[in-house]
Design a protein around this ligand. Structure first.
Ligand SMILES: *Cc1c(COP(=O)(O)O)cnc(C)c1O
Length: 374
């Protein structure tokens, strides 16, 4: 059996009529950039979050750095985040010209450990950027308290967790803005690239709206800006998929529960956990080998047996060669949890269109590998 890592084409076939109808509407309208479909999707996305504004941009990365720059983050400023995330989280801080300060992640959730944040704060600190890694929210209540005490901005990197919530809080409720990615492999993915900022802050909305379109809110009137727009064709695809996002999340949760039940007796791996009261949307189902030296052999075994597993992220940001050591980044304190996460993680196939047979096959292969250790 072969189990793919993604189900993009399966998903397209399942809701083809709705996607095709929206694409057709855009194609026939003659309005492909900053047209009515973008406007409609932005309103739907804001409403989905229960927030005031959504601004479609070129990518999740752009949503991050546009938000940072719009808040006035720049050279000399420090932004606290984690190193066990996709490279773009820190990259966006660097694009804005600021310094990334990495603190450790929590041993269980792999999200930023709020108890490590205060020790990393200096007079230069301006912002905290929690990442809702793998589809589960970081501890936003604790982060909000620290941000209030030290007067810091909080921008949520929500590329992986659309539809998630915490214990008594929604994404976006406790921050200045939420950045989402629509690259195809994300939970809400278009057939290409895209991203958005969702915010209740009207000034931030206006500034990012202006900056994404050559610094222009009014025809022919420009100030400092960029070209980072979400095309209407993508907005149409995303509008069709947004209607199904809660169903998609429920299916991801169902497959995650099936993995977890099937693997309950496994001793050599740690399974992902859901914090009580939280809704994890399982962008990824990430197991960790208890022994770092087991990770690569297990990954090889899965691949040889047709299970297209991957690692997110085997090289933490501070371990990358492209990591700008020196003035634009520093590590605050030891980060053993983030380093363990990088060394031990394996992402199993996870997408809404999986089948029971596929999940059971993956489980059986993991158990077979564990047995071979005896
Ligand atoms: C995907 C991702 C991004 C970047 O999104 P793009 O749309 O690819 O630019 C940023 N942060 C995290 C955590 C991501 O997973």
């Amino acid at each position: 059996m072969k189990v793919p890592f993604y189900g993009h084409v399966r998903q397209y076939h399942n809701i083809k009529a709705e996607i095709d109808a929206n694409m057709q509407e855009v194609l026939e309208s003659g309005q492909y950039v900053m047209g009515p479909m973008l406007d409609k999707f932005e309103k739907e996305l804001a409403a989905y979050h229960g927030m005031k504004h959504a601004i479609g941009v070129n990518s999740g990365t752009d949503a991050l750095w546009l938000a940072f720059m719009a808040l006035g983050i720049g050279p000399g400023d420090e932004c606290i985040t984690t190193t066990n995330t996709f490279f773009a989280t820190a990259e966006a801080i660097w694009i804005a010209g600021a310094t990334a300060v990495f603190v450790d992640s929590d041993a269980v959730t792999n999200n930023i450990d709020p108890s490590k944040i205060e020790a990393a704060i200096t007079e230069k600190t301006k912002m905290i950027v929690p990442v809702h890694l793998y589809g589960q929210c970081a501890d936003m209540k604790a982060i909000r308290k620290i941000a209030d005490k030290h007067k810091l901005y909080v921008i949520e990197d929500n590329a992986q967790a659309i539809g998630a919530h915490g214990d008594g809080f929604k994404v976006g409720e406790l921050s200045d803005g939420v950045c989402t990615s629509f690259i195809i492999q994300k939970n809400l993915g278009t057939f290409g690239d895209g991203g958005a900022l969702v915010t209740n802050n009207t000034d931030l909305d206006r500034e990012v709206r202006r900056m994404r379109n050559h610094g222009s809110l009014k025809r022919s009137v420009h100030s400092y800006g960029f070209n980072s727009r979400l095309d209407d064709l993508h907005a149409g695809i995303l509008s069709a998929k947004l209607k199904h996002i809660d169903e998609f999340s429920d299916l991801r949760r169902k497959w995650a529960a099936r993995f977890t039940a099937g693997l309950a007796g496994a001793k050599s791996i740690t399974l992902p956990s859901e914090t009580p009261g939280y809704r994890h949307v399982f962008h990824l189902y990430v197991i960790e080998t208890k022994q770092p030296e087991h990770r690569d052999p297990l990954l090889d075994f899965l691949l040889k047996n047709g299970v297209d597993a991957k690692c997110h992220y085997p090289i933490a940001i501070h371990q990358q060669e492209g990591y700008p050591w020196g003035k634009q980044a520093r590590i605050a304190g030891p980060i053993p949890n983030s380093e363990r996460n990088a060394a031990c993680c394996i992402s199993m196939p996870m997408f809404p269109e999986l089948t029971e047979e596929e999940v059971d096959y993956c489980v059986a292969k993991l158990l077979e590998w564990e047995k071979s250790l005896d």
